[in-house]
Design a protein around this ligand. Structure first.
Ligand code: XBP
Ligand code: MG
Length: 253
């Protein structure tokens, strides 16, 4: 096994719990602004999360949950417009400080930087959303801490396809054996494992019952000193929160 050189983070659900009170709310605001009567409840949104990518999710909703909607002639442009408005609302919410990082994220990233490890992001969400989250919830300079931000439509096939992780590693000139991924969802780990990456998982409310075959470990949260995680699968070797020593142990290099 090669020495660990880089940490690659998913964003939604992994760095921050963004879906229920962030993305979902922003979608609903965009729908209301467009005078659509669509409302995505917490429960419905859980089903819609089967599909990653906001534009793809709107189409999935129309195909499966709102088949009677009279579609406009240019459906693609209509979805693109709705999604632009959604991104504007979502970025506004982040700028207002409404969405914090998950416990432990800031500490782990500080430790990784201090140890000289390289950092990247691999996500299906829109690049503006990543910038807004990192700048508002992590640090005004946090964008510069990440060597590669692989996001959104940069690859046509979104998670669970491995492409976004493969793209990020190609940009860094690293092999899967030199990296480790952090994920929160089944679609996410299918993508990271598909790209050959050892993957550490911390679930959230929407993903806690999903399958995480092939995960190095599955936790209920990243944990902090005084805020221990529960190990849902795997072996934390007695640790109670995820630090770099545990990351390296799970990576094996
Ligand atoms: C995240 C997503 C995204 C966000 C919405 O998945 O599925 O679609 O919900 O983002 P992952 P956009 O954490 O696996 O990357 O609306 O910007 O697409
Ligand atoms: Mg995720």
């Amino acid at each position: 096994m090669n020495r660990l050189k880089a940490l690659i983070f998913d964003v939604d659900g992994t760095l921050a719990d963004t879906e229920r009170d962030g993305h979902r709310v922003a979608f609903n605001r965009a729908f209301a602004e467009a005078e659509l009567d669509w409302v995505w409840s917490e429960e419905l949104y859980g089903k819609l999360l089967a599909v990653t990518g906001g534009k793809e999710r709107i189409r999935y909703y129309l195909d499966n949950f709102n088949t009677k909607f009279a579609r406009p002639a240019g459906l693609d442009d209509f979805i693109v417009g709705l999604h632009k408005a959604k991104t504007r609302h979502y970025v506004q919410m982040l700028s207002a400080g409404l969405i914090p990082l998950r416990p432990g994220v800031k500490r782990l990233i500080a430790e990784a930087r201090a140890a000289g490890l390289r950092l990247a992001v691999a996500t299906t969400t829109t690049p503006e959303n990543v910038a807004a989250l990192l700048q508002n919830a992590m640090d005004p300079d946090a964008m510069s801490w990440f060597e590669v931000i692989a996001a959104g439509d940069i690859v046509p096939a979104k998670k669970p396809a491995p492409d976004i992780y493969t793209w990020a590693m190609a940009q860094m000139g690293l092999t899967p054996a030199e990296c480790i991924a952090f994920e929160d969802s089944h679609n996410g780990i299918r993508s990271s494992r598909g790209a050959g990456l050892t993957t550490i998982v911390a679930v959230n409310g929407y993903t806690k019952d999903e399958e995480f075959d092939g995960a190095a470990i599955v936790l209920d949260q990243w944990g902090e000193p005084g805020q221990p995680f529960c190990v849902l699968a795997g072996d934390a070797a007695g640790a109670s929160y995820l630090d770099l020593a545990l990351v390296k142990r799970l990576h094996g290099g």
